[in-house]
Design a protein around this ligand. Structure first.
Ligand SMILES: [Zn+2]
Length: 403
């Protein structure tokens, strides 16, 4: 009896040491460097355009969170550069400006990859990431965040596909001609997906372009799932049961997405990971800046835009936020794993668009996520699914189902 107790105590102690111990860095790197890794959302093209930022040189956070040298350091094989346009009033002039802006971001991405062709290449199909990894190059995929540049011209879907765009996030923080947004204060306008939005989803299906449901309203999400012939992605969204933001996905939505065969790429942006402390000065000031951004960013001049981004930066420096940790992020991965299984979750950082947490402030720190998963007992196979296996399964299926 006594011996049994002694034995059980030893087992319990060993187990607790095992689960709390840090995983040796060598083991983390071994696994992390072996697997194919992808981050499905960053807003770096905006920085390339606006700040004349050099993506081929090593930079530092918080000014910049993604560049080719740090992708190497962080063992990140592939990334989606988003051609992002903020939503403005849907006049033909604004649509043309957004169209022009999206094209400039795509041009800037090609240009950067041409300039640093020993480090990176624009990738356009699901097999490219592995091919480029073998050549020691980063795969730079192009996504489009917000379908605003399409206006109501269905031909533009193919036009952007031909330019290399492989997903379209149907909308951003406001409703557009495609669908309702999860965060438009005016509420729904189309009751989900509009008729034009339906055409867009069908066209994307037939071209082999991924439909991105991040940012869209819950009703629009269910409309997309019902209509889409191919599984869909949420390129950067997290779990609403943990962080109660409308941008995140409810359990019901995650279950529906999994049933559809799609994937939820956890977004590493503070308020999508953890509910904020609403009593701080920083919270109040940031809310004000966000309001200015939401209501007027797109009509600002380039200098005003730059000034607003600088105000954001200085706010972050003067009132340092208690950022969520890597462990908080992996809680979201755990949650999805427990809810629907390991096959439906991945990572979309939103770096250079607000993403970044304590312990994972830029792409060079991605191995810390792998370390946390190892610490929690994830197998190499599970980690490989989270870092790319799941996403590339969906990407490939979208290509296969194209006409
Ligand atoms: Zn976004």
């Amino acid at each position: 009896m006594k011996l049994n107790f002694f034995f059980l105590t030893i087992v319990a102690i060993t187990f607790s040491i095992f689960v709390t111990a840090e995983v040796p860095e060598k083991k983390v790197r071994e696994i992390h460097d072996k697997i194919l890794t992808v981050d499905t959302h960053c807003d770096t093209p905006m920085a390339i355009l606006d700040d004349k930022f050099d993506v081929g040189k090593r930079n530092n956070p918080p000014q910049s969170r993604v560049d080719f040298p740090r992708m190497k350091e962080g063992g990140l094989d592939a990334i989606f550069f988003a051609a992002f346009t903020g939503q403005r009033e849907r006049t033909s002039e604004n649509i043309e400006n957004a169209y022009k802006m999206a094209n400039q971001m795509i041009d800037a991405t090609y240009e950067a990859c041409r300039k640093y062709n020993d480090m990176a290449e624009v990738a356009t199909n699901s097999a490219d990431a592995l091919r480029l990894e073998k050549q020691g190059k980063s795969a730079i995929y192009i996504g489009m965040e917000n379908g605003f540049p399409l206006g109501t011209d269905i031909k533009r879907v193919k036009e952007f596909y031909d330019r290399g765009v492989r997903y379209i996030t149907l909308c951003h923080s406001l409703n557009n001609d495609i669908c309702d947004s999860s965060s438009d204060r005016k509420g729904p306008e189309h009751n989900g997906l509009s008729d034009f939005g339906k055409e867009v989803v069908n066209e994307m299906n037939s071209l082999g372009m991924m439909v991105d449901v991040s940012h869209i309203s819950d009703k629009a999400f269910y409309d997309v799932i019902k209509l889409s012939k191919a599984p869909v992605i949420a390129s950067h969204s997290s779990v609403r049961a943990i962080a109660h933001h409308n941008r995140n996905m409810t359990d019901e939505m995650i279950k529906t997405l999994a049933k559809n065969g799609g994937v939820l790429q956890i977004c590493l942006l503070d308020v999508y990971i953890k509910d904020p402390d609403t009593t701080t000065v920083r919270y109040k000031k940031e809310k004000e800046l966000n309001r200015i951004y939401d209501t007027g960013y797109e009509s600002m001049t380039n200098d005003e835009k730059k000034k607003l981004r600088e105000e954001w930066r200085s706010l972050r420096e003067n009132y340092p936020n208690v950022l969520p940790t890597v462990a908080d992020c992996v809680d979201h991965i755990d949650y999805v794993k427990n809810l629907v299984g390991i096959d439906y979750v991945g990572i979309g950082s939103d770096f250079d668009g607000g993403g970044g947490v304590n312990g994972c402030a830029d792409v060079s720190e991605f191995p810390n996520i792998t370390a946390e998963m190892l610490k929690r007992g994830y197998t190499g196979e599970e980690i490989s699914k989270v870092w790319g296996g799941n996403f590339f399964r969906v990407f490939k299926q979208v290509e296969t189902l194209a006409n």
